[in-house]
Design a protein around this ligand. Structure first.
Ligand code: CP3
Length: 340
């Protein structure tokens, strides 16, 4: 698999490429299957339909890896929190996690067990996916999951989490500990079910100051990555902490690929981390609105990364109103432009 070779730093015929959120709303085919399922969460819990939408970008765009269709928030949901997705509001937990008693009521082993629809979707995808294409499994980083669990929804200020961080850091650590324990079981089960690589999304890493990031986020991500690398050395681990370009000097740990977000100059990531890790990223996602902007974005990244270990991607997820034609143009242009 060209994608897995690239994750391990081997030379490949071209730079493999995929997009975060490639299975999603910009595809009319996705909207059709979501409507059949009823709503987003029902789609996540339906292995056959989850398999179908996972495979859509393979056929439509020709990407080099599939990413499992699911959501990071199914984990806290199956730990025992009530999750719903509101139109225009995004994810909502009606009873946010604020006390030790609530934390104690959340499940660990049972949560990993209840996520069986994810493992079933993985088996179905792996059976249908072309053998040369990789399937990427994923989870949210403990910190990013905790922000939703504690705030009850998306937030601009992280005020509730930050209050907890200062007023009761031991409780915040206890939450992160429990989530990390579930994620170890969950990611192991995803690998046993057939994913070829895993990515950990720390979408809200940038909410934390440097010392707090390393204490409350990176330490748990590193622990999870080290556990996976020790247990499954043949499975590449990709980490994507978004928006932490100021902290790159202190990034270390046992993992394979560092996902560079679009706000981090790729030159800087290469200088700080390019010798230690394969880099993935990082075209600014709204460049997909305009073909000339796509060309210029690719050209810049190629000029920096052409002789280095690199996997092409966007620097965050694709937006729902991107023309499919432009997404296809991006994928094909990368594959042609980087061909040796
Ligand atoms: O990348 C993929 O194609 C695989 C599927 C995937 C989804 N969510 C599907 C989804 C992945 C990897 C995720 C991860 C995810 N989910 C993250 C981390 C990645 C990132 O983008 O930073 C986060 C923070 C979430 C939580 C989440 N899920 C939010 C905030 C929302 C609402 C977003 C919005 O724009 O409305 C979701 C919903 C969601 N997850 C959708 C999809 C396709 C849209 C739901 C729909 O069909 O209406």
């Amino acid at each position: 698999m060209i994608f897995i070779d690239a994750c391990f730093g081997k030379k490949t015929p071209y730079a493999p490429v995929w997009m975060m959120r490639q299975a999603g709303r910009y595809l009319p085919e996705y909207m059709r299957v979501r409507a059949e399922a009823g709503d987003f969460l029902s789609l996540c819990k339906d292995p056959k339909r989850a398999c179908e939408v996972t495979l859509q970008p393979m056929d439509i765009l020709g990407v080099d890896a599939a990413i499992l269709f699911s959501d990071i928030l199914v984990v806290p949901m199956e730990m025992g929190m009530d999750l719903r997705f509101e139109k225009g509001e995004g994810p909502v937990f009606d009873t946010p996690l604020t006390s030790r008693a609530q934390l104690e009521a959340l499940h660990v082993e049972a949560a990993a067990e209840r996520l069986s629809y994810v493992y079933e979707a993985i088996s179905l995808v792996r059976a249908k996916l072309a053998p040369e294409k990789a399937l990427i499994g994923f989870c949210g980083a403990p910190w990013t999951l905790a922000t939703y669990m504690i705030e009850g929804k998306g937030t601009k200020t992280y005020a509730v989490c930050k209050k907890l961080l200062y007023s009761d850091p031991a409780l915040l650590h206890a939450i992160l500990r429990k989530v990390t324990d579930v994620l170890k079981l969950y990611m192991a089960r995803q690998i046993e079910a057939g994913v070829n690589a895993v990515q950990i999304f720390d979408s809200w890493a940038a909410a934390l100051e440097e010392a707090a990031f390393f204490e409350f986020s990176w330490s748990y991500i590193k622990e999870l990555a080290a556990f996976l690398k020790e247990t499954y050395p043949h499975v590449p681990v990709i980490l994507f902490p978004k928006g932490i370009s100021g902290y790159l000097d202190k990034i270390d740990g046992n993992f394979d690929v560092f996902g560079v977000d679009w706000s981090t100059p790729i030159e800087l990531a290469k200088e700080k981390l390019g010798d230690k890790y394969v880099l993935q990223g990082n075209m600014e996602p709204t460049r997909l609105y305009d073909k000339k902007a796509i060309d210029a974005g690719i050209e810049h990244i190629v000029s920096v990364m052409q002789n280095s270990r690199h996997i092409f991607n966007l620097g965050h997820g694709i937006l729902p109103d991107i023309p499919v034609e432009h997404a296809k143009y991006f994928i094909q242009s990368v594959q042609e432009r980087t061909r040796l």
